[in-house]
Design a protein around this ligand. Structure first.
Ligand code: ZN
Length: 241
C-alpha cells in the first residue's frame, strides 16, 4: 500500500505541474495581445505627431504665400503713391500702405512661430521615431521569448503526460479512479498530508483510531471530513514537509 500511496502523491504532483503549465500556456494570447497593443500605442503617438507636423508645414507654406502677397500689394501701393494728385489721396494711400504693413507684420509673427514649431518638432519627431523602433524590437524580443517558452512548455507537457501514463499503469485501477473522482471535486487536491494529527486538506482533526491506522500503512485511509486520501507528513511520514 505504501508504494501505491507514493504513486498517488507523485501523480498529484505531476497533475499540479501539468495544470500550472496549461494555465501559463493559456495566458500567452493575452500577453501577445498586450505587447501588440503597447506597440500600437507608441506607433499611434508617432503617426499623430507626424500628421501634426505636416499640417504645420502646410500652414507655413500658406503663410509664406500670404506674406509674399502683402509684399506685392505694398509695392503696388508705393508705386501708386508716386502717381497721386491730391494731398487727400496721398494721405489715404499712406494709411493704406501702413495697414498693409501692419497686416504683413502680423502674418510674419505667426510665420516665425510656425518656423520655431517646425524646428523643435524635428527633434521630437526623431525621438518619437526612436521610441517606436525600440518598442517594435522590444516587442519582437518579448514575443520570441514567449514563443520559446511555449515550445519548452509543450515539451514539458508531453514529458509529464508520458510520466503520467507510465505511473498510472503501475497503479491500482480502483485507487486511480478514486483519485480522479476526488481530484475533479476537490480543486485538484485529492491526496492530503496529515500533520500533527490534522488533515492538511481541510484542517480537521483525524480521530486517534484512524491516526493509528495511518501509521500502519496497510490500507488507504481517507479523511472523514473531506474524503481526501491521507498520507503522513514529516520524518516518519511518506513525504517530508
Ligand atoms: Zn480532510
Amino acid at each position: 500500500m505504501l508504494e501505491q500511496l507514493n504513486f498517488l502523491i507523485e501523480l498529484q504532483q505531476i497533475d499540479k505541474t501539468l495544470q500550472h503549465i496549461l494555465l501559463t500556456i493559456e495566458e500567452n494570447p493575452r500577453k501577445i495581445k498586450q505587447i501588440d497593443q503597447e506597440t500600437q500605442q507608441v506607433q499611434s503617438t508617432f503617426e499623430a505627431f507626424v500628421r501634426e507636423m505636416e499640417e504645420t508645414k502646410k500652414q507655413r507654406k500658406i503663410l509664406e504665400g500670404e506674406v509674399e502677397d502683402f509684399d506685392q500689394r505694398i509695392k503696388k501701393s508705393q508705386v501708386k503713391l508716386m502717381e497721386v494728385k491730391t494731398n487727400k489721396e496721398y494721405k489715404a494711400m499712406l494709411t493704406e500702405i501702413d495697414e498693409l504693413k501692419k497686416a504683413k507684420s502680423g502674418k510674419e509673427d505667426r510665420l516665425l512661430e510656425l518656423l520655431e514649431k517646425v524646428e523643435e518638432g524635428a527633434g521630437k519627431e526623431k525621438t518619437l521615431k526612436n521610441n517606436l523602433e525600440d518598442k517594435v524590437s522590444e516587442g519582437k524580443l518579448q514575443k520570441d521569448q514567449l514563443e520559446k517558452e511555449g515550445q519548452e512548455h509543450e515539451k514539458q507537457l508531453s514529458e509529464l503526460n508520458r510520466k503520467r501514463i507510465e505511473l498510472s499503469s503501475r497503479m491500482d485501477s480502483a485507487l486511480l479512479r478514486q483519485y480522479e473522482f476526488l481530484k475533479d471535486r476537490l480543486k485538484g487536491l485529492a491526496v492530503a498530508g496529515v500533520k500533527d494529527a490534522a488533515c492538511l486538506g481541510c484542517h480537521m482533526h483525524i480521530p486517534p483510531q484512524l491516526f493509528n491506522e495511518l501509521h500502519r500503512r496497510d490500507r488507504i485511509i481517507t479523511c472523514p471530513s473531506c474524503l481526501r486520501i491521507l498520507y503522513l507528513v514529516g520524518p516518519s511520514g511518506n513525504k517530508e514537509d
